[in-house]
Design a protein around this ligand. Sequence first.
Ligand SMILES: [Mg+2]
Length: 171
Amino acid sequence: MSFSFVPRVMAKKLTDVTPAFLISRDIKVLLCDLDNTISLKRHAVPPEKVMQWANELGSAGIEIIIFSNNRHGRARKTAGQLGVRCLERVGKPRIGGFLEAEKLTGVTRGRMALAGDQIFTDVLGANRADVTSIWVEPINHRAPHLWLRFLVERIVVALSILFGGCNYEKL
Ligand SMILES: [Mg+2]
């Protein structure tokens, strides 16, 4: 368990996380944040490109689980659209949800990755749970409140790298 704000992997967008990359890291399960990672807030239907990407992952034998703190049932709707399973109200950055994912899939956390747009929930939670953390830029970081959060997160990550000397890679 490590308390770190530094993602192991950084990607511009979710679809940059390719089956080939995940296979090269021996990842069998990709936990996926919902809001601003798969789709915009309040949108239950994911973009066409994401649907296609999800199919490719499925064909490569990698299971996607929607892994959301959301408590309004939207994760289930999106999961239905993508044909994948979901866990809601997972309470990231606590590690309970990750243990639940382990039980649900029978795959150990060492063979899971989590892709998400927030440092203080997604990345911190995955790092604490020893799950490979993949930070993707929020879909809409131009909205004023998201832009500010994104800026603060970037500063925290940069300072953590500077003072903690953590390794990360870019996709
Ligand atoms: Mg999010």
